[in-house]
Write a protein of this length. Structure first.
Length: 90
C-alpha cells in the first residue's frame, strides 16, 4: 500500500500523487519529473513542522528521499544520521 502526504491527498488526489518508485519507473522521464516537481511544490507549500511530521508518519521511502534532498538542513537526524535510517539500525 502506498501512503502519501495528507495535504497532497486533499489537493491532488490519490493515487495520482503517489510517489512509489515502481510507479515512477513505468513512466516516461518527463512525466516522472513532472510528478516529482508537483510533490516538491506541495512540500514548499507546507511549513517546516508539517514537513517533519509528514516525513515521520506519512511519507513513503521515495517521498522521504525527495524531501531529504530538497531540505537537507531540515531533515531530523540522530547522531548525525538521518532519523529514518537511525531508527532501522540496531
Amino acid at each position: 500500500m502506498t501512503r502519501t502526504l495528507d495535504i497532497a491527498e486533499r489537493t491532488i488526489g490519490y493515487p495520482e500523487h503517489a510517489l512509489a518508485y515502481e510507479e515512477l519507473a513505468r513512466r516516461a522521464v518527463p512525466k516522472a519529473e513532472e510528478k516529482i516537481e508537483r510533490f516538491v511544490s506541495e512540500l514548499h507549500s507546507m511549513s517546516g513542522e508539517e514537513r517533519i511530521r509528514a516525513s515521520r508518519y506519512t511519507m513513503n521511502r521515495w517521498e522521504y528521499w525527495v524531501y531529504a534532498a530538497r531540505f537537507p538542513d531540515e531533515v531530523p537526524t540522530v547522531n548525525g544520521e538521518l532519523e529514518r535510517i537511525a531508527l532501522t539500525l540496531e
